[in-house]
Ligand binder design. Structure first.
Ligand SMILES: [Zn+2]
Length: 407
């Protein structure tokens, strides 16, 4: 006997079965011990539904998709930058904002002051919003502490969220996010601190699943990033990179050479970067929310990524400065409207390819037997509606590890 079985469903499995969305109409899906025990056409069930599972639910014809995977967020931080947003719209220059203590420095100052429980509390509202739109797995980065204690505090807060909510959390150490002001005159000493002190500490506490950096002319150089990647490898930690967001630094190619899980943003990605990512199997994580908020005009080379067979993932990039967005469905819409992805590509970006960007392709991201039973029932007639609407409440039910959960 399975624990539970949903019948009368339309399944967008997002597995590669030859049909758009990996669809199975008149489908059924069973969960047992938190895993998908069976998925397929209802007519192929090996018996009468009531004889197969302790609980049988009718999906009433609802579409069921894999739980959404938000593979790039900065969900844990203190304060917000709404006043800065307002001042900018009133005409303040970046210089004036920086002088007034704005920008990332203000988030770092607030995050250093906050307790771990305050960080958990403020991130909870954003996390609940993601979950209310179908997210079952979320990646959370550090990077607003920029000293050992505050970075560890952020990562502990991210881990703690997974204990409080029905959601899978993976954590990423982003020590090379920005240069903290106390190291303004000695960037090498800060890179040393991150590589020689912070990575060993984070690794020994098991607080990070990956290591990331912001490789940019206003962030860290390729050389500094390569040093970080070598330090991460010494502790067996996978790497990923904020690359080619505002300029072409060759970051994606560097990440690919280091076997990175993903290179993220990629508006300025060149042909060499595309080829390197294709060779290495590095996922392209596109972040249309930051593109939208920054009013960027140069779009990532989607056609070239497609042609080269680079998997494309999407994420909210939820953060206080450039993407104060906690709506995965709005991100699907932005990816289609701004980057011209198809609705199917967009959904694959937040399911199958999002999972791959986290190194969890065998665990989540499609409706296939053996994977975690994380899925969502939607009140829609066509899977394209998930990328089409902005705003309506489309979620009927969210199932996490085989359990029906209320958000
Ligand atoms: Zn980011």
């Amino acid at each position: 006997m399975w624990d539970s079985l949903w019948v009368d469903a339309r399944l967008a499995t997002m597995a590669r079965n030859g049909a758009p969305y990996g669809a199975i109409l008149n489908g059924a899906i069973a969960a047992n011990d938190g895993r998908i025990a069976w998925v397929g056409a209802q007519a192929d069930l090996p018996g009468a539904p009531e004889s197969l599972a302790r609980e049988v639910f009718s999906a009433g014809g609802a579409w069921i998709t894999p739980g959404l995977v938000d593979c790039h967020t900065h969900l844990v931080f203190a304060g917000n930058r709404a006043r800065e947003f307002e001042l900018r719209l009133e005409g303040a220059s970046y210089e004036e904002l920086a002088k007034a203590g704005g920008g990332i420095a203000s988030t770092v100052a607030a995050t250093r002051m906050a307790s771990e429980s305050e960080l958990i509390e403020s991130a909870s509202g954003r996390l609940r919003a993601l979950m209310a739109q179908g997210v079952t797995s979320v990646e959370i980065k550090s990077g607003y502490g920029l000293d050992l204690e505050a970075e560890l505090k952020m990562l502990r807060a991210a881990r703690a969220l997974a204990n409080s909510y029905d959601v899978r959390v993976t954590t990423t150490f982003l020590g090379l996010h920005a240069l903290p002001k106390e190291f303004a005159e000695d960037r090498e000493a800060y890179v040393d601190l991150v590589c020689d002190v912070m990575i060993p500490a984070v690794a020994s506490e098991g607080l990070a699943d990956a290591v990331d950096a912001f490789c940019e002319n206003i962030g860290f150089t390729g050389e500094e990033t390569a040093r970080l990647f070598d330090a991460a490898r010494a502790y067996g930690l996978p790497v990923k990179l904020h690359a080619e967001q505002l300029s072409d630094q060759g970051g994606a190619a560097l990440a690919a050479q280091h076997g990175a899980l993903s290179a993220d943003h990629l508006e300025w990605l060149d042909d060499e970067g595309v080829a390197a990512m294709a060779n290495a199997g590095t996922v392209a994580v596109l972040l249309p929310g930051a593109f939208y908020v920054l009013r960027e005009t140069r779009v990532p080379p989607v056609g070239k990524l497609r042609a080269a067979g680079v998997p494309i993932a999407l994420a909210s990039d939820c953060n206080p400065g450039t993407s104060p967005i906690a709506s995965p469905l709005a991100i699907l819409n932005m990816a289609c409207t701004l980057f011209r992805l198809t609705p199917e590509e967009a959904l694959a970006g937040m399911t199958r390819n999002g999972a791959r960007a986290l190194g969890l392709a065998d665990e989540i991201g499609t409706l296939e037997a053996g994977k975690a039973a994380d899925f969502v029932l939607w009140r829609i007639d066509d899977p394209a509606e998930l990328a089409y609407w902005i705003g309506p409440d489309l979620m009927v039910e969210r199932v996490f590890a085989g359990r029906r959960t209320l958000v």
